[in-house]
Write a protein that binds this ligand. Structure first.
Ligand code: C5P
Length: 222
């Protein structure tokens, strides 16, 4: 069968990357976490102290930056100018700043270009906020995945516990809600369900159940 493109969008901490990874593995496709790319440029902007509010400065910074994604056993490694930043991009510092960087038009134009190159001509599962609406508008399967903000904060809390990060639940919920608001209200390519995307509410689903639902939908389209 011919490989297809699968776009998975949704708000923060909805389980997109965990589920996308399983789906990609089952189908033998590559998995691309586009949020990691926005996180990487945000990390560099923070390190270099550029003016995060400036579209021009953010765009210029990205033009002289190399962001590489490489498949690994548990998902994906992220390299920023050849340095492994897979862990560093998950810090609260980066998480709190990323939506401001991601709102800039010059940043998004370049990222979409890179993402389309990565996906070209291959079986791919790509997750993000604007994949179904802008990056892969012709994807054979588009999913919009969500869960209640309480449930998403709880999941992130449990995930953090395993990595010895102790951010209080209320703070996580607050950060997630703020990021969703910024991502949904920005001018350029806001977080939005594509008209032809299938909505999956994962609030009361296990990871495996959500992955199975997507796999069933994918197989109907192969
Ligand atoms: O998916 P993740 O939570 O790692 O994404 C981090 C941030 O990157 C999002 O809150 C959003 O601001 C931005 N993003 C985006 N478009 C994408 C993926 C992520 O704007 N396709």
């Amino acid at each position: 069968t011919r490989p297809i493109q699968i776009a998975i969008d949704g708000p923060a901490a909805a389980g997109k990357s965990t589920i996308a990874k399983i789906v990609a593995e089952q189908l033998g496709y590559i998995y691309i976490d586009t949020g990691a790319m926005y996180r990487a440029i945000t990390l560099k902007a923070l390190n270099e102290g550029i003016n995060m509010a400036s579209n021009e400065e953010a765009g210029a910074l990205l033009m002289k930056t190399e962001i590489d994604l490489q498949p690994s056993e548990n998902g994906q490694l992220v390299f920023l100018d050849k340095k492994n930043v897979t862990e560093a991009i998950r810090s609260q510092h980066v998480t709190k700043a990323v939506s401001e960087m991601a709102a800039h038009e010059l940043v998004r134009i370049r990222m979409v270009e890179l993402q389309q190159q990565l996906a070209e001509g291959r079986g791919v599962v790509m997750d993000g906020r604007d994949i179904g609406t802008h990056v892969l508008p012709n994807a054979a399967l588009k999913v919009f995945m969500s869960a209640s903000v309480e449930e998403r904060a709880r999941r992130r809390f449990e995930e953090n516990k395993k990595r010895n990060i102790e951010t209080p639940l209320e703070e996580l919920q607050d950060e997630i809600a703020k990021r969703d608001k910024m991502d949904s209200e920005r001018e350029v390519a806001p977080l939005k369900k594509a008209d032809d995307a299938i909505f999956i509410d994962t609030t009361s689903l296990t990871i495996q159940q959500a992955a199975d639902e997507i796999l069933t939908l994918a197989k109907e389209r192969l």
